[in-house]
Write a protein that binds this ligand. Structure first.
Ligand code: FAD
Ligand code: NAI
Length: 463
C-alpha cells in the first residue's frame, strides 16, 4: 500500500477535477484517478468543449454565407474546410485538457493514471496497486444511453462522440431524440449543409423546459431547415456500407414506416457510468435509475464513500457537477459546502441560444403556486435589431403574492450569458421589481431582461 491520501477521487471530469482542486486548496492531500489519456472527463474531451468549438465554427460558416450580405459585407466563394474545422476543435480540446494538467501540478494533486476500483472503504486499486485514503469520491460521470434495436458502431450509427468527429458532411443525418445533444449537434451538421431530421418519442422537443419556450424554439429550428417527427417511436435500425434504414412507428399507434439516413445520431439521454468500480462487492446503493444514491452531503450508504456529478441524481450538467465538487471538498475539509439546486441554469448553445432557470409555468401550475408572467421580445430590443438577431424573447415568472423571481426562460441571442444576471438575482431572493430597478446599459441585450422584469408589473417601456 502506498502513502495514504486524505481524498482519492475517481474520475477527472468537472465533478472530480474541481473537487480535487478545491480539496487541495483547503490543504488536503489529494489523488485523482483517471483512465483516459487526458484530464477533463466527458466535458472537455467529448462533450461541452468540442461541441461548442464545432457550434462556433459552424455558426461562423453559416453567418458568413447567409447573414453578412445583409450587413453590406460581400464575401464571395465561401468554402468549408471540414478537416481544418475538426483540427481546430482538437486544438481547443487539447488546450483545455492540458490546462487541467497544469492546475493539477500547481495544486500538487497526484494523477493516478488508470482505472480505479474500490476494494474496500478507503482503498482504491489502480493497476494492481492499492492506494489508501480517509475519503473516496466517485466522480465517474455518465455514458450515452442505449436504445433497443439501434446498435451504435460510431461509424454509421453514432453517439455524440462519433457525431463530433465525422470527416465528411452527411447528406442526411437522422437524430433520435430532440434533447440537448440532438439539437446542438443537429444544428452543427445542418449549418454545414446536411439535411437533418429529428425523430422524437414525445409530442414536443426539449422535455422539461417551459412549453412556450420549447414551441417557439422548435419554430425557429424548423425555419432554419430542421425537420421534426414528433410522437415517433424508433423500433430498429439497420446499418449497411451506404447508410442506415430506420424503422419507426407513431407512438399513438399506426403503420410502421422506414426512414433512410447516411448517419444516425442516437441521443436519447445519458446514464451513470459505474463499470468496473466494484460497487456491488462493497454494497454501494443505487437508485431506481441506476444512479448512486447519496444524502444531501454526497455521502453514499457506505461510510467514507461519496459521489458527485453525473453519477448521482440531478441535471447532467458540467456546472452542476463542478458545484458539487466544490461543496463536497469543503465538507470533507470541515467547512459547509452547499449547492442550491433551485438555481442551476440550463443552456442550449444553438443559434439563437436557449437558457432556462428555476420553475416553469407547468411546474408552478402543478405546485399550485400563483404567479405573474413578464415577457419581452427581442424584436423590441435595439441592440438585437442592430445585430440582426431578433428571434426570441425573455420570459420571467414571479410569485404573485411576493413578486419574488421563481423562473427565467430565454430564447434569443446570448441567452446563456443573459441568464447569469437572473441566477444572481434569484440566489439573492430578488423580486422582479429589484431587477427592473437596476440600471442596465443601453444598447444591450440585457435591457430585454429588465423590460421582462418591468412587464411582470405590467409596465414595460418599449412595447
Ligand atoms: P465526466 O465528465 O463524464 O467525467 C468522468 C470521468 O471519469 C471520465 O473522464 C472517465 O474516463 C473517468 N472514469 C470513469 N470510470 C473510471 C474509473 N473506474 N477509473 C478512472 N477513471 C474513470 N454540460 C454542460 O453543462 N454544458 C454543455 O455545454 C454540455 N455539453 C455536452 C455535450 C455533449 C456532447 C455531452 C455528451 C455532454 C455535455 N454536457 C454539457 C454534459 C457534461 O459533459 C457532463 O454533465 C459532465 O461532464 C459531468 O461531469 P462528471 O465529472 O460527473 O463526469
Ligand atoms: P436529453 O435528455 O436532453 O434528451 C433526450 C431526448 O430523447 C428527449 O427529448 C427524450 O424524450 C427523447 N427520447 C428518449 N427515448 C426516445 C426514443 N426511444 N425515441 C425517440 N426519442 C427518445 O438527452 P441528450 O440530448 O442525450 O443529452 C444527455 C445529457 O447531456 C442531457 O441531460 C444534458 O443535460 C447533457 N448535455 C448538456 C448540454 C448543454 O448543457 N448544453 C449539451 C449536451 C448534453
Amino acid at each position: 500500500m502506498s502513502e495514504p491520501f486524505d481524498v482519492i477521487i475517481i474520475g477527472a471530469g468537472p465533478a472530480g477535477y474541481v473537487c480535487a482542486i478545491r480539496a487541495a486548496q483547503l490543504g488536503l492531500r489529494v489523488a485523482c484517478v483517471e483512465k483516459r489519456e487526458t484530464l477533463g472527463g466527458t466535458c472537455l474531451n467529448v462533450g461541452c468543449i468540442p461541441s461548442k468549438a464545432l457550434l462556433q465554427s459552424s455558426e461562423e460558416y453559416e453567418h458568413t454565407r447567409l447573414a453578412l450580405a445583409d450587413h453590406g459585407v460581400i464575401v464571395d466563394g465561401v468554402r468549408l474546410d471540414l478537416a481544418r474545422m475538426q483540427a481546430r476543435k482538437a486544438e481547443v480540446v487539447e488546450a483545455n485538457t492540458k490546462g487541467i494538467e497544469f492546475l493539477f501540478r500547481k495544486h500538487k494533486i497526484t494523477w493516478l493514471k488508470g482505472a480505479g476500483r474500490i476494494v474496500a472503504p478507503g482503498q482504491v486499486d489502480v493497476g494492481g496497486t492499492v492506494h489508501a485514503a480517509r475519503h473516496v469520491v466517485i466522480a465517474t460521470g455518465s455514458e450515452s444511453s442505449p436504445l433497443a434495436g439501434v446498435t451504435v458502431d460510431e461509424q454509421r450509427i453514432v453517439s455524440s462522440t462519433g457525431a463530433l468527429t465525422l470527416d465528411r458532411v452527411p447528406d442526411h443525418l437522422v437524430v433520435i431524440g430532440a434533447g440537448v445533444i440532438g439539437l446542438e449537434l443537429g444544428s452543427v451538421w445542418r449549418r454545414l449543409g446536411c439535411k437533418v431530421t429529428v425523430v422524437e418519442y414525445l409530442d414536443r422537443i426539449v422535455p422539461g423546459m417551459d412549453n412556450e419556450l420549447a414551441r417557439h424554439f422548435q419554430r425557429i429550428l424548423t425555419k432554419q431547415g430542421m425537420t421534426f417527427r414528433l410522437g415517433c417511436k424508433v423500433t430498429g435500425a439497420t446499418a449497411s456500407d451506404t447508410g442506415v434504414t430506420l424503422a419507426m412507428e407513431p407512438v399513438k399507434g399506426g403503420p410502421e414506416e422506414e426512414l433512410s439516413a447516411d448517419i444516425v445520431l442516437l441521443s436519447v439521454g445519458r446514464r451513470p457510468y459505474l463499470d468496473g468500480l466494484g460497487l456491488d462487492a462493497i454494497g454501494v446503493a443505487l437508485d431506481e435509475r441506476g444512479r448512486i444514491r447519496t444524502d444531501s452531503h454526497y455521502a453514499t450508504n457506505i461510510p467514507g464513500i461519496h459521489a458527485i456529478g453525473d453519477a448521482i441524481a440531478g441535471p447532467m450538467l458540467a456546472h452542476k457537477a463542478e458545484d458539487e465538487g466544490v461543496a463536497l471538498a469543503e465538507r470533507l475539509a470541515g467547512k459547509a459546502g452547499h449547492v442550491n439546486y433551485g438555481v442551476i441554469p440550463g443552456v442550449i448553445y444553438t443559434w439563437p441560444e436557449v437558457a432556462t432557470l428555476g420553475e416553469t409555468e407547468e411546474s408552478l401550475k402543478a405546485a399550485g403556486i400563483a404567479y405573474d408572467v413578464g415577457k419581452f421580445p427581442f424584436t423590441a430590443n435595439g441592440r438585437a435589431r442592430a445585430m440582426g438577431a431578433v428571434d426570441g424573447f425573455v420570459k420571467l415568472l414571479a410569485d404573485r403574492a411576493t413578486d419574488r423571481l421563481l423562473g427565467a426562460h430565454i430564447v434569443g441571442p446570448d441567452a446563456g450569458g443573459l441568464i447569469a444576471e437572473l441566477a444572481t438575482a434569484m440566489e439573492f431572493g430578488a423580486s422582479a421589481e429589484d431587477v427592473a430597478r437596476v440600471c442596465h446599459a443601453h444598447p444591450t441585450l440585457s435591457e430585454a431582461v429588465r423590460e421582462a422584469a418591468l412587464a411582470v408589473g405590467g409596465r414595460p417601456l418599449h412595447i
